[in-house]
Write a protein that binds this ligand. Structure first.
Ligand code: PMP
Length: 345
């Protein structure tokens, strides 16, 4: 980019055209008919957070009666974002402490009970903070209920490629909804998968039911973005467009994500093996293997998490979440000792 003499002129409100094309194609697949038919309104926004915030402003303005339902628990900033945009929200059941797994029945019941036309916020993959994702069959059922209740699916995709190691596999949930012909909101982030945290690179995509609707949605998103931040940053958008547009760099990126995701899977396996070998209580630790992405919900409560920190110097969030990205194979045995001690004392 330096050699090419790229400058720092303003981008248009909607962002870098090459980035918007690349980001929609990564999300939906380059051959997706909704792209060919011009059904997708894509605006480059300020990473995942800014894209969620822009969509929240859109909901507040054009769906003033609607509420958003979010998973319990969820990424802490979701509540701030909808509070700030003055969009009412409530929670749907998601985490089941008994199984350290998904409360699927509770989730379906709560989505069903929400007022018709609610926005249902879903984590596209690698649910933060639990690491617990629905299975493909469960995604189908979630889509059934959302369709029946005329809700609007609203995906937060912050870890595409980082969860399974495959960009396509991690977009499975979003593509399933789109394939059904549903209108869908999707916020994307390149913080984790391309390490662009502070470049603030992401997008909001709205898949619409007709090209003229997509044009109008895009135009209204631009009207909202203009007084909020005027236009998005250029440098990181060029990084994404250049990486995706160059077969060698694109291949390198995909390979590195695969390695990263593979390392996290190895750490999960080793932690599970250590816990199973050391724990005499017969507790089933297999939930660790079923979780996906960089986080694991251990099921430790606040007092137990305090024990982890005070006695073992393992630093984690008080909801029992650990980041596997910060764990090495060599430390799994130590961590297993700490977890077992905290659980049983
Ligand atoms: N959504 C989720 C679920 C996240 O975990 C994060 C980052 N922690 C984001 C959105 C947004 O991150 P950013 O604004 O850096 O893209």
């Amino acid at each position: 980019m330096l050699e090419k003499g790229d400058n720092k002129e303003y981008l248009p409100i909607e962002g870098l055209a090459a980035f918007n094309k690349a980001t929609a194609e990564l999300l939906l697949g380059a051959d997706n008919p909704v792209i060919k038919q011009g059904l997708v309104a894509t605006i480059q926004s300020l990473s995942g957070t800014g894209s969620l915030r822009l969509a929240a402003a859109f909901i507040q303005r054009y769906f003033p009666e609607a509420k958003v339902i979010i998973s319990s628990p969820t990424w802490g900033n979701h509540k701030n974002i909808f509070n700030d945009a003055r969009v009412p929200w409530s929670e749907y059941r998601y985490y089941d402490p008994k199984t350290v797994g998904l409360d699927f029945e509770g989730m379906i019941a709560d989505i069903e009970a929400a007022p018709e036309g609610s926005f249902v916020l879903l984590h596209g993959c690698a649910h933060n903070p639990t690491g617990i994702d629905p299975t493909p069959e469960q995604w189908e059922k979630i889509a059934d209920v959302i369709q029946e209740k005329k809700h609007m699916p609203f995906f937060d995709v912050a870890y595409q490629g980082f969860a399974s190691g495959s960009l396509d596999e991690d977009a499975f949930s979003v593509r399933l909804f789109v394939k059904r012909g549903m209108e869908v909101f999707v916020a994307q982030s390149y913080s984790k998968n391309l390490g662009l945290y502070s470049e603030r690179i992401g997008a909001i995509n709205v898949v619409c039911s007709a090209p003229d609707i997509a044009d109008r949605v895009k135009s209204q998103l631009k009207r909202l973005a203009r007084p909020m931040y005027s236009n998005p940053p250029i440098h990181g958008a060029r990084i994404v467009a250049n990486v995706v547009g160059d077969p060698t760099m694109f291949g390198e990126w995909k390979q590195e994500m695969e390695e990263m995701a593979g390392r996290i899977k190895n750490v999960r396996q080793k932690l599970y093996d250590s816990l199973s070998a050391k724990d005499q209580s017969g507790k089933d630790w297999s939930f660790i293997l079923r979780q996906i992405g960089m986080f694991s919900y251990t099921g430790l409560n606040k007092a137990q998490s305090d024990n982890m920190t005070d006695k073992w110097h393992v630093y984690m969030t008080k909801d029992g979440r650990i980041s596997l990205a910060g764990l090495s194979l060599a430390k799994c045995d130590y961590l297993a000792d700490a977890i077992i001690d905290s659980f049983h004392n």
